[in-house]
Design a protein around this ligand. Structure first.
Ligand SMILES: *[C@@H]1O[C@H](CO)[C@@H](O)[C@H](O)[C@H]1NC(C)=O
Ligand SMILES: *[C@@H]1O[C@H](CO)[C@@H](O)[C@H](O)[C@H]1NC(C)=O
Ligand SMILES: *[C@@H]1O[C@H](CO)[C@@H](O)[C@H](O)[C@H]1NC(C)=O
Ligand SMILES: *[C@@H]1O[C@H](CO)[C@@H](O)[C@H](O)[C@H]1NC(C)=O
Length: 438
C-alpha cells in the first residue's frame, strides 16, 4: 500500500462521524381538554436529529376542575441527558401543575405515549363551601361558570400564564380555586423543560390585540368608508396595550390612508382622539387614534370612525389661486395644476414621514392651504402609534406653477414587518411540527 493511500485512509477514518445521529419521536401539542378524558394517550411522528443531539420529551398538565391544559413536546435537543422526572409544581386540590421531563440519547428513547406518569389519586376531600369562577382558556374568560371548590380552597384565583418556547409564546387565562391568596399559581416555577413560564394577575397584561397595517391611496377615501379589519392577532408583552391608528391625508382629488392595529407600549395619551391637523379649504390631514386595554378592543372595522367626524363640506367655490396638487407615495406624486378653493391663499409642498406600528413611509403632499404656515401638522410629533415628522417648503402666493419637478421622492415603505414582541399561537401547536393525536 502506498504511503499516499495510507494517509488518505487515515484521513477518512479520522473524519468519520464519531457521534451517531439519533431518531427521536417528534411532535408537539398544546390544548385545553376535558379533565374526564384523562389519562390521555397519543402517537407521534419521528425525526432524524443532528449529530450529537439527544431526544427530548415534555408532558405538562395544568388541571383546573373540569379542564386540563395539556402540553406535549417531543423532538431533538442539544440539552444534556436528564433522567425521566415527575415534578409537582403545585398540588392544590382545585388547581394543580405537574410535569414529566426527560432527555436521553438512544434511538426513539423519548417514547412516553400516555399521561399516566402524572396521574394522581382523585381528591378524597370532597367539596367545600367556597364558589369560584372556573376557566382555563387561551381565548379569554368572559362569563366563566361559578363552581363549588374542593374542601380546603380558600381563595379564587384569577390570572394568566405566558408559556414561551424559542420566540413563540402563548397565553393561558386561568380562573379557579386556590388554597392561598395572591398571584402565585406557578409556586416559583420559571421553566419546565424547554418551556419558560410567566404569570400575571393584572387583567391588562398579556393582552391579545388585532394586528395589521393598511396603506391605501385612492380618490374617494374622504367620502367612502374603507374596510379596516384584520384577521391577524398579536400577543402583547407586559405593560403593552392595544392600539389602532388611522391617518388620512387629502389634497385635490387624491387621498392617502395609513392605518395600523397592534400592541403598543402604553403611552400617556388620550384613550381615544380624533384630530383635524389641517382643515379645509385646502389640504386635509386628520387622524383617529385609540388605545385600550382589554382583549381585541382595537376593533374599529372601517374608516368611518374618522370620516363621521370630519366637517361636511359643500363643494367649495373656486378661488383665484392655482397650485400643483398631489398626494404621493411610492414616489408617485405627479402634481396636477388645480384651481384652489376660495379661502386658500398659499401653495404647500412638503413631506410627512411616518414611523411606527409596523409602518415606515414618507408621503409627498402638494396642494392649496389657507394659511401661510409651513406646517400641516403644527409640530405634532405623535399621532397614535405613529411618530410623525414633517418637512416642508412653503411656496409663495401666486408662485409660478411652471415646470415643477417632483424632486423630493425619498420614499420608504415597509409593510407588515412586526419585530419585537412575542408572536401568538392560538390554539396552539407550539411550532409547526406535525400534531400528535391524543
Ligand atoms: C366533560 O366530559 C363529561 C363527560 O364526558 C361531560 O359530562 C362534560 O359536559 C364535559 N365538560 C366539558 C366542559 O366539556
Ligand atoms: C410549592 O413548591 C414547593 C417546592 O418548590 C412544594 O414543596 C410545595 O408543596 C408547593 N406548594 C404547593 C401548594 O403545591
Ligand atoms: C367617488 O364617489 C362618487 C360618489 O360617491 C362616485 O360617483 C365616483 O364614481 C367615485 N369615484 C371613484 C373613483 O370611485
Ligand atoms: C399650533 O399649536 C400651538 C401649540 O402647540 C397652538 O397654540 C396653535 O393654536 C396651533 N395652531 C393651529 C393652527 O392649530
Amino acid at each position: 500500500m502506498s504511503p499516499a493511500l495510507l494517509l488518505a485512509l487515515l484521513v477518512v477514518t479520522l473524519t468519520l462521524p464519531r457521534v451517531q445521529t439519533l431518531t427521536c419521536f417528534w411532535g408537539s401539542l398544546m390544548e385545553v381538554r376535558n379533565a374526564s378524558e384523562l389519562p390521555l394517550q397519543w402517537t407521534t411522528g419521528q425525526k432524524n436529529c443532528e449529530d450529537g443531539w439527544g431526544c427530548q420529551e415534555l408532558l405538562m398538565l395544568i388541571e383546573n376542575g373540569p379542564h386540563v391544559n395539556v402540553v406535549i413536546i417531543k423532538g431533538c435537543t442539544q440539552e444534556a441527558n436528564q433522567e425521566a422526572r415527575v415534578t409537582h409544581h403545585r398540588t392544590d386540590p382545585g388547581l394543580s401543575i405537574a410535569s414529566y421531563t426527560h432527555v436521553c440519547r438512544e434511538n426513539l428513547c423519548n417514547s412516553l405515549s400516555t399521561s399516566l406518569p402524572l396521574w394522581t389519586m382523585p381528591p378524597t376531600t370532597g367539596l367545600g363551601s367556597l364558589r369560584c369562577p372556573v376557566c382555563l382558556s387561551a381565548e379569554g374568560c368572559l362569563s366563566a361558570p361559578e363552581l363549588t371548590c374542593p374542601a380546603g380552597s380558600t381563595h379564587c384565583y384569577n390570572g394568566a400564564l405566558l408559556l414561551s418556547r424559542g420566540g413563540l409564546s402563548t397565553r393561558l387565562k386561568v380562573q379557579g380555586c386556590m388554597t392561598q391568596a395572591g398571584c402565585n399559581l406557578l409556586n416559583g416555577t420559571r421553566e419546565i423543560g424547554p418551556i419558560s413560564l410567566r404569570e400575571t394577575c393584572d387583567p391588562k397584561d398579556f393582552l391579545i390585540c388585532h394586528r395589521g397595517v393598511m396603506l391605501t391611496a385612492s380618490q374617494n377615501l374622504t367620502q367612502k368608508p374603507k374596510e379596516w379589519t384584520t384577521s391577524a392577532e398579536q400577543l402583547c408583552d407586559l405593560g403593552e396595550v392595544c392600539q389602532e391608528t388611522l391617518l388620512l391625508i387629502h389634497a385635490g382629488h387624491r387621498s392617502l390612508l395609513l392605518a395600523s392595529k397592534g400592541c403598543s407600549k402604553a403611552r400617556t395619551q388620550a384613550p381615544q382622539a380624533i384630530s383635524i391637523h389641517s382643515r379645509p379649504p385646502g389640504v386635509l390631514v386628520a387622524s383617529y387614534a385609540h388605545f385600550c386595554s382589554f382583549d381585541k378592543c382595537n376593533s374599529a372595522s372601517s374608516s368611518s370612525v374618522l370620516l363621521n367626524s370630519l366637517p361636511r363640506l359643500a363643494a367649495p367655490a373656486p378661488g383665484h389661486l392655482r397650485c400643483p396638487t398631489c398626494v404621493g407615495i411610492f414616489g408617485s406624486c405627479s402634481p396636477d395644476i388645480v384651481t384652489c378653493p376660495e379661502g386658500t391663499s398659499h401653495c404647500y409642498n412638503g413631506h410627512i414621514a411616518i414611523q411606527g406600528g409596523g409602518l415606515s413611509s414618507s408621503s409627498n403632499i402638494q396642494g392649496c392651504v389657507a394659511k401661510p404656515s409651513s406646517s400641516l401638522l403644527n409640530h405634532t410629533r405623535n399621532i397614535g402609534v405613529f411618530a410623525v415628522t414633517e418637512n416642508s417648503n412653503r411656496r409663495d402666493e401666486g408662485a409660478a406653477p411652471a415646470p415643477y419637478l417632483a424632486w423630493m421622492v425619498w420614499l420608504g415603505l415597509s409593510l407588515a414587518i412586526w419585530c419585537g414582541g412575542p408572536s401568538l399561537l392560538i390554539p396552539l401547536p407550539l411550532d409547526s411540527q406535525p400534531l400528535l393525536t391524543p
